[in-house]
Design a protein around this ligand. Structure first.
Ligand SMILES: C[S@@+](CC[C@H](N)C(=O)[O-])C[C@H]1O[C@@H](n2cnc3c(N)ncnc32)[C@H](O)[C@@H]1O
Length: 200
């Protein structure tokens, strides 16, 4: 299972955003949703070997971690509006306190907490911080069970960097230019696909 963790510095942790004006009303959740699509969807299918974690740090209910598991999720559509609606309904349906990842819709889980809480529950697994200047993805060993950590439009904050460094995460680059997170995810998935054609 490939795991992509997208850190949304301002992305809304509650459903209080407008589908009509997603970028400005949701703290740029739209950018995370495009990366989620790139992580989980191929043409006419869901990647059952991929899982996405959104670290939502915006708004009064933050921080929360939302997981979409390609092996369990149902009716995942590729357009941003449908994805936003799925996330909105999940966040709206959340009980007041969730101390562990809890399935609220098929394949969509939510918990209270931030990156630190998520990391504290991870078994030892190869972890990579994605950023330009890291080791070249073309030559790096890339296990299929890797965890990939990406920033949003604001990149990584110092505290997240420290947590990931303490976990021993290596830095990995898909190329010399600073790309949008969704494009980085596409390149990573493609690199993994080329190495081990996986079940879709
Ligand atoms: C839009 S970029 C962040 C730009 C932000 N202004 C910054 O300075 O970090 C979103 C995320 O994509 C990833 N990223 C962007 N370019 C990359 C590259 N060439 N290789 C690996 N990851 C990259 C990083 O995780 C980054 O935080």
């Amino acid at each position: 299972m490939r795991r992509f963790v997208l850190i949304g510095q301002t992305a809304s942790a509650s459903g209080d955003f407008s589908l009509e004006n997603l970028p400005s009303s949701s703290g740029r959740l739209d950018a995370l949703l495009r990366a989620l699509r790139a992580a989980l969807l191929v043409s006419h299918a869901v990647r059952t070997n991929a899982c996405v974690y959104l670290v939502l740090r915006g708004g009064p209910k933050a921080p929360r971690v939302l997981r979409v598991d390609g092996a369990r999720v149902k009716f995942l559509r590729p357009d941003e509006r449908s994805l936003a609606l799925l996330i909105k309904k999940t966040l709206d349906a959340a009980p007041p306190a969730l101390s562990e990842l809890t399935e609220l819709r098929p394949g969509v889980d939510l918990r209270d907490g931030d990156l630190a809480e998520l990391l504290s529950e991870l078994a030892d697994a190869p972890s990579y911080v994605l950023e330009e200047g890291g080791a070249d993805v073309r030559t790096a060993a890339l296990p299929e069970d890797a965890w990939f950590f990406l920033g949003d439009h604001q990149g990584f904050d110092a505290a997240s960097r420290e947590l990931l460094a303490a976990r021993g995460a290596a830095t990995l680059s898909v190329g010399p230019r600073s790309l949008h997170a969704e494009d980085v995810v596409t390149l990573l998935n493609n690199e993994l696909d080329r190495r081990s054609p996986a079940p879709r």
